[in-house]
Design a protein around this ligand. Sequence first.
Ligand SMILES: Cc1cc2nc3c(=O)[nH]c(=O)nc-3n(C[C@H](O)[C@H](O)[C@H](O)COP(=O)(O)OP(=O)(O)OC[C@H]3O[C@@H](n4cnc5c(N)ncnc54)[C@H](O)[C@@H]3O)c2cc1C
Length: 509
Amino acid sequence: MVDSRAPIEASSPPTGDQRIIEHFDVLIVGAGLSGISAAYHLQKECPSKTFTILEARESIGGTWDLFRYPGVRSDSDMYTLGYCFRPWRQAKAIADGPSILSYIRETAREFGIDRKIRYGLRVKLASWSSALAKWTVQAALPTGTTVRFTSNFLFVCSGYYDYTEGYMPDWPGTDQYPGRIVHPQQWPEDLVYQGKRIVVIGSGATAVTLVPALAQAASHVTMLQRSPTYIVSRPSEDALAKWLRPKLGARLAWCFARWKNVLWGMYFYNLARRKPDETKRRILRLAQRQLGPGYNAREHFSPRYNPWDQRLCIVPDADLFLAIRLGKVSIVTDEIETFTEKGVRLKSGDELEADLIVTATGLKLKLWGGMQVIVDGIPVSPAQALSYKGTMYSEIPNLASVFGYINASWTLKADLIAEYVCRLLNYMDARGYDTCTPRKRDPAVVEKPAISFTSGYLQRGRDALPKQGSKKPWKLHQNYALDMLELRFARIDDGFMEFTRLGRVRRAV
Ligand SMILES: Cc1cc2nc3c(=O)[nH]c(=O)nc-3n(C[C@H](O)[C@H](O)[C@H](O)COP(=O)(O)OP(=O)(O)OC[C@H]3O[C@@H](n4cnc5c(N)ncnc54)[C@H](O)[C@@H]3O)c2cc1C
C-alpha cells in the first residue's frame, strides 16, 4: 500500500538524495530463512496487513545463498531446519547448501513471497516516533540513493553476522606466504584446489564440513586446530522418516521425524548438561570407533570445555572420520606462530607446508543488520537492550527480531517468533492499539548475558549482544517446548507489555 499522505518525521532530517515514501503495516528486514517465515505467517495469520521485505543483497536465501564453499551443508536436520508449514520432502536430512537454497526459493515462490521482496536495499536507519506510532526506515540502494519507508511494525530478520567479511585473526607473516589465503565466507568461484596440499585452520562447523569435501580432490588436507571440538556422526538420511515415508506418505513421515528430532535434541542437550563427563566419554568412544583402533582420538577430539558449552559439530555418515582413516586428512592440534614462505610454522616448531590455506575461523557477529535504531530521538542498540520473550526488547516499541537456537535448528524459533508477532498484531488490531512496548518494571529482575556459549564468535561479540533477565518473560530459553508455551500459547497481555493508542496510554493490566 502506498500512503502518500503519511506524515514523515524521522529523527534525522532527510538529505537531498532521499526519495520515495511508502507506508506498510509491517516492514521485514532480510529475505533469508527467517524473513520468508515472517512473510508466510503474516500473509496467513494477518491477511489484511500490508508488508514488504527489504533485502540488502540481490538475491533471496541469506546464509544459504552467501556461503558457496565446497560441501556447504546444514549441520542440523532439515526436518527441523525446514519450516513448520512446508515439509522437507527429500531423503537427505543433513542437506547440502544448494538444496536448502532451492527449498527457501521454492517456498517464497509457492506463497508469492518472492513478489514482496525489494532487493538491493540495505536498511541503515530505523527511527521510531511515539507521536506518530510509526517507524521511519531509511534504506540505501547500491547507488547510494536513500529510499524511505514508514511502517507500524518493524520485523528484523537480518541474521546475526556481518555479510561483508568473516573473522580473520591477525597472524604474523601472512605477507610472506605466496599462496592464496581464502576465507570460506568469500569462496572464490575460480579457486582450483584439485591436487593441492591444503591447510584448513579451524575446528568448527565450517572446518569439519570443508575438510572432507576438499579431501575428495586435494592431494592432502590438514585440519589445524588450536583446540578440539566435539564432533558427532549422524546418518545423513533419517531412518525413521525413510521407514515411514512409504507407509504414511511424505507429510506424516516428516511430521513424525520432526517431532522425534525436536525431542531427541532436547533430551540429548539436557543429558549432556546434567552428565557432562559421561557424555564426553560417549562422544569420544564413538569417535574412536569410527577412527579405528590405530588412531589416538583422545589427542584431537577431547575438547577442554563441556559438551554444549559450544555448538556440537555434526558430520554426516562419519565423513570426516572416514577421510582421516583413508589417510586423506590429518588433524594437527597446535597454535600458529607465523605464516612462512611455505605455509605455517607452529608453536611446537613444526611447519605445515601448503599450496592453499583456508581460514575457517568464523564469523563476525552483527545484530539488527548493522542498522542504527532510534526511539523518539534517542539511539538504542542491541547491546543495551533487554530481551523480551527472546524477540522484542524492553523500552523499544513495535520491533521484533529473530535470533534462533544455539542448541537446535534456527527455524524452530524463527517460526515461533513469526507466529507470536502475528498474534500480537491481531491482538492490537482487535483493541485498537497502535503501540506495544515491553516494560521492565520489576527491580528484582537481574540482567545477564543473553548467551552463555563459549563459541569464538559469541565471545568476540558478547558486548554487542542483548541481555536477558533472570525471570520470565525476560529469560531466554534454548528450549523449543518452553518457547512454544511462551510464544504460541501465553497471554499477549502478560502485564509486561504496555499497549497504547495514539495520544493515550492503555496498560493491558
Ligand atoms: C555456513 C552456515 C551453516 C549453518 N548451518 C546451520 C544449521 O545447520 N542449522 C541451523 O539451525 N543454523 C545454521 N546456521 C545458522 C543460519 O544462519 C541460520 O540457520 C539461518 O540461515 C539464519 O537465517 P536468517 O534469515 O535469520 O538470517 P540470514 O540467513 O543471515 O539472512 C539474513 C538476510 O538479511 C539480510 N540483511 C542483513 N542486514 C540487512 C540490512 N541492514 N538491510 C537489509 N537486509 C539485510 C541479509 O542480506 C540476508 O539476506 C548456519 C550458518 C552458517 C553461516
